[in-house]
Write a protein that binds this ligand. Sequence first.
Ligand code: ATP
Length: 236
Amino acid sequence: MVMLEVKDLAVNYGVINAVKGVSFNIHEGEIVSLIGANGAGKTTILKTISGLLKPVAGAITYEGNEIQKQKAPKIVAAGISQVPEGRHIFPGMSVRENLQMGAFLQNNRSEIESSFETVYSRFPVLKERINQDAATLSGGEQQMLAMGRALMSKPKLLLLDEPSMGLAPIFINEIFDIVKTIKEQGTTVLLIEQNAKKALSIADRGYVLASGQVKMTGTGQELLANKDVQKAYLGG
Ligand code: ATP
């Protein structure tokens, strides 16, 4: 079943056309990855899905409803949650307080507690550091916190923007393993990555973007095996 359908999406920053008529879809239960060089338009697409940017043309249909004109909180309430590039954790606030921010739309105490428990069981390291200032976490731990914060709203679709950016290899593997587990536990994932090799290796399907357009699509395995993709994005 198609969960999210992006059709002929165009997004501008002033006179700059960052996204020029992009179409793709995500089926329920999939990991779909968008890959492409710096400036291809990946982050712009993610921000438009989550309601932070408004398109100049095209439609985004989520579970049968067009959402491209809706405000971000309404989109979160509908079940889409974004983990931004660079994590954007709140310094000066504890790990627990950061997670609490992810539950900003919930007011049922027991439901919030159950979200905390789910996040702590998926990220035991966060439980160990519950009262620690989030700014003092390592890069990998901050990425887990950003993912945990997004999961506090119990999303059906999780949007991940460059989760491996700036992390040591050991953390990169751990983050990708966690993304796989999140999928196995029933959350659909849209994954944006510079690390195309890793992203495609866990993705069901992928789309290759260049200059604001979709250039190629296929299963993760097909794109990994494609000579052009290898040359341009997988280091030969
Ligand atoms: P990266 O991997 O480097 O984040 P990306 O594929 O996510 O790249 P975007 O960040 O979506 O690419 O940028 C797409 C294009 O839009 C680029 O040419 C970029 O310079 C431009 N752009 C992005 N944000 C702005 C902005 N706030 N104002 C003007 N132009 C912008």
